[in-house]
Design a protein around this ligand. Structure first.
Ligand code: GRF
Length: 202
């Protein structure tokens, strides 16, 4: 399974997926694309001898124009799976539909709670006692695709958004490589908008 990872920043999830693929002969990270030229994840890719590209947004460009350039860059890698790992851009419906059932995202909340940004602070502000991360198939509606796997963490009274984010991140690094592995083993699919593992709805 040829895995292409899209990033914008640190790339700690990218690193976890690269490490996971080292133990999984069925999956290989064939490329990393960033919309930010200074994303640290690009350094991680180079350290692991993985090819990289940058697709930087031009001023005045429409979302469709950007996505067309991104699609071009992605297709060079002929991926079987596109993994969004901290890619901080909203993708057009046409783009998402092109990779239906073949694109994953990780979101730092227990979806359907807290789509969008600042999830850790929002969980603290709501006095939630648990929080977490979700891996889901990407569908046109932001952070609303079918959930494949979640990991929960406790929220402590003295947590800040940073301490909570760190706890969630550790879990992200466990669940994302596992989902990529399932996909590479052809155990995972999206059928009629439902995530299925080994033929069972999740
Ligand atoms: C993670 O918290 C992920 O849930 C969110 O963006 C962050 C990316 O972190 N989508 P990293 O770049 O993988 O370290």
């Amino acid at each position: 399974c040829r895995v292409l990872v899209l990033i914008s920043g640190n790339g700690s999830n990218l690193q976890a997926i690269i490490d996971g693929c080292d133990d999984n002969l069925q999956a290989e990270v064939v490329g990393v694309i960033s919309n930010k030229p200074d994303a640290y994840g690009l350094v991680r890719a180079h350290q692991n001898e993985i090819d990289t590209s940058c697709v930087i947004a031009h001023t005045g460009e429409t979302r469709q124009e950007y996505d067309a350039r991104l699609l071009n860059a992605i297709e060079k890698y002929q991926p079987d799976l596109v993994v969004l790992a901290g890619f901080m851009r909203i993708l057009s419906d046409e783009f998402v539909q092109r990779f239906e059932g073949k694109m994953l995202n990780i979101h730092p909340s227990l979806l359907p709670k807290y789509t969008g940004l600042h999830t850790h602070q929002r969980a603290i502000d709501a006095n939630d006692t648990e929080h977490g991360a979700s891996v889901h198939f990407v569908t046109p509606e932001l952070d609303a695709g079918p959930v494949i796997l979640q990991a929960k963490v406790p929220v402590y009274a003295d947590d800040t958004a940073d301490t909570l984010a760190e706890r969630v991140h550790e879990q992200e690094h466990a669940i994302y490589p596992l989902v990529v592995k399932w996909f590479s083993q052809q155990r995972l699919a999206m059928v009629d908008g439902i995530a299925m593992l080994d033929g069972q709805a999740l």
